[in-house]
Structures are given as structure tokens and as C-alpha cells.
Design a protein around this ligand. Sequence first.
Ligand SMILES: NC(=O)c1ccc[n+]([C@@H]2O[C@H](COP(=O)([O-])OP(=O)(O)OC[C@H]3O[C@@H](n4cnc5c(N)ncnc54)[C@H](OP(=O)(O)O)[C@@H]3O)[C@@H](O)[C@H]2O)c1
Length: 244
Amino acid sequence: MKILITGASSGIGAEFARQYASPENELFLLARREEKLCKLQNELDSQCKRICLLTVDVRDFELLQEKVREIGTLDMVILNAGISLGHSHTKIPTIAEFKNLYDVNVLSQHAVLEVVLPKMQEQKSGKIVFISSLSSLFTMPSAKVYASSKRALNAYAEGIRYKYKEDGIKVITILPGFIKSELTDKNDFTMPFLLDTDEGVQMMKRAIDRGKEFYAFPLRFYLIIRLLNLLPSLLRQRIVNYLH
Ligand SMILES: NC(=O)c1ccc[n+]([C@@H]2O[C@H](COP(=O)([O-])OP(=O)(O)OC[C@H]3O[C@@H](n4cnc5c(N)ncnc54)[C@H](OP(=O)(O)O)[C@@H]3O)[C@@H](O)[C@H]2O)c1
């Protein structure tokens, strides 16, 4: 399989590279930090058919599309690159921060797919994996910009799923809870149901390999969020105030 993984230099993306490293697979690993990507390539080179590094800032949409075009056909794309603004209870995010986050978390995904989708349509097959977040289902005020970007991603992924299903393209939306990574290392609060990176990615890989269209986990955390969403808004507001 030819697999493109964005945000492959650390955390979930790097662990996806490790778990998809096999003699049948050609991995295309994309991120900005070249030294991290090279280290990963050295670690996995002997286990893979081929590893190719793409050192790109996903906010540079033109260069991103050029690099993705150079790959040619792909069997799977894991759209994983993403950032958060942290959890500030007091600071109002600036418009520049808001735009930057949307460029990475939402628009760059479309930049990749604008190139990838016609090729997958031609070959009548392909898997597109969106790494969203459980936070897209319940917005904590301290992470509203991040949560909104992931909710936008869910809606976008849903549209892509309906549109391209008949072309043999499978769209998989994954909503993880908390997983250890550089992103969560910055959080200074207790993260419920926090998973180790390898365990979290194992669960996601299993869902992808089975072709699940929607996978939200850990299950207990997902069910709690579903339950919170069923509550009357006044009660939900009280719970948010308490947690905040
Ligand atoms: N960890 C969690 O608990 C959790 C939960 C739900 C969803 N997620 C999602 O999972 C994804 C991976 O996050 P993570 O937790 O593994 O965090 P991470 O360790 O910080 O990884 C983020 C990855 O995205 C890349 N990236 C960020 N900005 C980029 C840019 N402008 N251009 C190219 N690459 C860029 C980073 O590479 P460079 O810095 O080298 O560019 C890095 O490889 C994100 O979409 C995140 O929202 C994470």
C-alpha cells in the first residue's frame, strides 16, 4: 500500500508510521521538522518497502499540493497534522491564531484532497482517514477554536464520504479522546481516560483496517459525552461551569 501520513514527525502520526511499517507498504511521511522525520526514517527504513519524506509546512498550500502531486497515486491518506491553542481560560484567541489553526486543521486537509481525490476516483479505490477529536462533540470554552475546527472537519468528512462512496473511496472519521503526545504534554489538567500513544494508535489502526466509517474512543469517554449532550442546556451549562 502507498500511504501518506501528514503530521508524521511526532505523536500520533509518528506512531501510525511505526504501525504501518511493513515490507508491503510505501510510506510518505509529511511534516515540517526534518530531523525528526529523518530519525523516524532511520528507525523504520529496514521494515518498509520505501519511505519518502516530505518536509512541508501544510499552511503553504501550493508547495503542499506540489509535493502530494509528485507522489502520484495513493491507497490511503491519513490526515493527521493538527495543532491546538492550548486551554486558556482568560485569553481571547487573536484572529491570527484562529486563522493559523484553521489553515492547519481544516484547509490543509482540503489542499491535500484536491490533489488526491481525482486520482482515487480514477483508480476506483482509496481510503481517506480524518483525525478529528472527541472535543468536536462537546465544546469546552477553553478549547472553542480547536473544537470548532474539528467539528468543521467532521462535517467536511461527512460530505466527502457521501460524495465519493460510489467511486470506491472509503472515508473514515476518527475521534480520539486524550492520547499522550507533544500536543497533550502542554495540558496542565488531569486528562480523563488518557491513553499511551501506541495503545491509542493501535485502536485507530484496527478501526481503519476494518473500514469503520466513524470511530470515537475510548468508548466510556464517548458515552459520557453523548450523555452530556442529551441533558437540558441549563444543566449542561452548570456542568461546563463546574469543569471550567
Ligand atoms: N493527542 C490527543 O489527545 C489528540 C486527541 C484528539 C485528536 N488529536 C489530533 O491528532 C492529531 C495529531 O496530534 P498529536 O496529538 O500527535 O500532536 P503532535 O505530537 O503535536 O503532532 C502534530 C503533528 O502535526 C504536525 N504539524 C503541525 N503543524 C504543522 C504544519 N504547519 N505543517 C506540517 N505539519 C504540521 C507536526 O509536525 P511538525 O511540527 O514537524 O511540522 C506533528 O507531526 C492532531 O490533528 C490532533 O488534533 C490528538
